[in-house]
Write a protein of this length. Structure first.
Length: 618
């Protein structure tokens, strides 16, 4: 037994005798398949992705052997769970592993009735050149081996060492259907009530299944739903009761999503969402409607579960808010803009660049990211997120073609041959294509299909194949901006300036003369560049002027600083100073000011939203 102890993780026979092996459900056929292979003198290798129930299947076999229900040749035999990785971790270097494995083989040869071995990471034999030792182990008289590992690596092991195939046979485990998963989860919940005294309501089971199936595509049933239910038990408190509330609460905490987005019991005020986007993205009602409709479809649970959460193409000239609305979408949905995954498609202009983005199985670089592909590396760790494909038209058409499967099926195959699911991501491509001429309001897919709209669609087909355009859920057209929209954007930039930490900490009140807005629009807006240069103009002139006054005068709390025009440029002038002590509470809205020679616009924003107070007629 000493030779086995160095590799041992669990004595499964003792675990089954003590009742510590959890049962598996709806696995009669798979258990019988394992038993049949063992009775035929073969060594079964349980294959499948992580979380699909491979280990649970082997444990259920051991439980049934203990109950004398199956496994004639396993009855009365000790069944030990061992690990190649465990033994490797105790060695000084990996090259010692070969000799240690050979010692294990010799110990089994000398045993009167060797134990059955469950090697839960048998695929590691491929990574550590143990194929010949594994073959020798499989040939030991009377030995029974049950292996477990990922399907791809088990397949590579058997292809690299075909002499193993006479003794080792894969037994694949597939992800259960939704109906099967529901049956498994209900049986598991019933078993938990006996084992742990925790009551899991049927509604909680349904909610866990629905949430994980739709929004956690990179894990597998039933494990991902069981994990969510297990974590939710801790939220049940002393009652030890798990309801929909606990399941949704735990899911939202783990994935950082607003509860209103996934909880069917909570309404989502789409008009409020619309106001948020309309206030931030000026002059683009069609784009705002499209984004709000997308949020509504997600909230209603009506998105196609076979595809990404959404796939949008935003088309319009430079500087009209395409990228900004995508950033805002990530912030509204997930609370933080860092949930935006940005990919610059201009980095993939070559016909072979699809291999860089999606992965190249023939790459010679040892770097894992290069093999898997940039896209797989970028979205790793993001169960939810918004993927921005910026300047989509600048990628090579061969790269565009790789997105056909991704958008249509919600998955793509990377350079390692892995299927990467993307069904919990929103893909938004932006493009300046087909914007050489003044654009029509209709966009080809709009009701009525005007000639102008069809003309724009025809121009788009110069850049994208119709098959790709047809894959997008919606193609959204951004209109060119005019001076009125530019003025609103300049106001928004000044509001952001007034909310910066240097202003808030000093409790300053910033006022802006309307002439300043006119000046910023005049110098920072260009119809061909949109509003992109407006922010630079605000920073270069308004922010710099305000910074000079704050740094020079160190104004006390309550000071009003007016941005005005002096000497042909933007200047900041200290207007009044109030006798407000430094520890005075901060007002949640700016104090109304008297009208002076030039009307001013207070731009400090209250918590409930900004309402400009420009005097009538200005």
């Amino acid at each position: 037994m000493k030779a086995y102890a160095l590799w041992l993780e669990k004595d499964l026979t003792l675990e089954a005798r003590a009742g510590r092996l959890p049962p598996a459900f709806e696995v009669d056929e798979q258990v019988q398949a394992l038993a049949d292979q063992i009775e035929a003198g073969r060594h079964p290798l349980v294959t499948g992705p992580p979380g699909i129930g491979k280990t649970a299947l082997v444990y259920e076999l051991v439980r049934r052997v203990r109950a004398a229900a199956v496994g004639g040749s396993l009855r009365g035999r000790r069944i030990l769970q061992i690990s190649i990785q465990k033994r490797l971790g105790a060695l000084k270097n990996r090259y010692e592993l070969q000799g240690e494995f050979d010692k294990l083989v010799d110990a089994l040869r000398g045993a009167r009735r060797p134990p059955a071995l469950f090697i839960r990471d048998i695929h590691q034999a491929y990574h550590h050149d143990l194929e010949h030792s594994l073959s020798a182990l499989g040939c030991v008289e009377g030995v029974v081996i049950i292996g477990e590992g990922p399907e791809r690596e088990i397949r590579e092991l058997l292809e690299y060492a075909p002499y193993l195939q006479h003794a080792f046979v894969p037994v694949p485990v597939d992800e259960p259907s939704l109906a099967q998963a529901e049956t498994i989860l209900r049986a598991w919940a019933q078993e938990q009530s006996h084992r742990l005294g925790a009551t899991i309501s049927p509604d909680a089971v349904d909610q866990a299944l629905a949430l994980t199936h739709r929004f956690v595509p990179r894990a597998y049933l039933p494990s991902k739903a069981i994990d969510l239910l297990t974590q939710s038990i801790t939220l049940g408190g002393r009652r030890r009761i798990v309801t929909c509330y606990e399941v949704i609460q735990r899911f939202c905490r783990a994935n950082r999503v607003p509860r209103a987005l996934v909880d069917p019991a909570l309404p989502l005020d789409l008009e409020k969402v619309r106001r948020v986007f309309a206030r931030a993205v000026v002059g683009q009602p069609e784009a705002v409607d499209a984004i709000v409709d997308t949020v509504g479809v997600l909230k209603a649970g009506l998105s196609d579960v076979r595809r990404p959460l959404a796939a949008l193409l935003l088309v319009g000239p430079t500087g009209v808010g395409k990228t900004y609305i995508v950033q805002l979408l990530a912030e509204v949905l997930f609370g933080r803009r860092d949930r935006l995954i940005r990919i610059d498609m201009a980095d993939y202009p070559g016909a072979g660049d699809g291999q860089k983005l999606f992965g190249d199985p023939d790459a010679k670089s040892p770097g894992q990211e290069r093999v898997r592909g940039h896209l797989a590396a970028k979205i790793a760790g993001y169960p939810f997120g918004v993927v921005l494909l910026d300047e989509f038209e600048k990628a090579n058409p061969a790269v565009h073609d790789r997105f056909l499967q991704l958008i249509d099926e919600g998955v793509f195959v990377n350079g390692l041959g892995e299927t990467v699911p993307c069904r919990s991501l929103i893909f938004v491509a932006t493009s300046n294509a087909a914007c050489e001429q003044p654009a029509a309001k209709a966009f080809g897919f709009a009701p009525g299909g005007s000639d102008e709209g069809l003309s724009l669609l025809s121009r788009l087909e110069r850049y994208f194949r119709f098959e790709l355009l047809n894959r997008f859920d919606r193609i959204v057209h951004f209109q060119p901006l005019g001076p009125a929209e530019a003025r609103s954007i300049a106001e928004a930039e000044l509001r952001r300036l007034a909310r910066r930490i240097g202003v808030r900490q000093r409790k300053l009140v910033i006022e802006v003369e309307p002439a300043v807005l006119d000046w910023i629009v005049q110098h920072g807006f260009d119809v061909h560049r949109g509003a992109r240069y407006l922010r630079h103009t605000v920073e270069q002139h308004a922010t710099a002027a305000l910074a000079r006054v704050i740094a020079r005068d160190n104004p006390s709390p309550g000071t009003r600083i007016r941005l005005c025009l002096r000497d042909g440029g933007v200047n900041a002038v200290v207007r009044t100073q109030s006798a407000i002590p430094s520890d005075a509470p901060v007002e949640t809205s700016p104090t109304r000011t008297r009208t002076v020679a030039r009307p001013v616009v207070p731009v400090n924003e209250a918590f409930g939203g900004f309402k400009p107070r420009t005097p009538a007629g200005v």
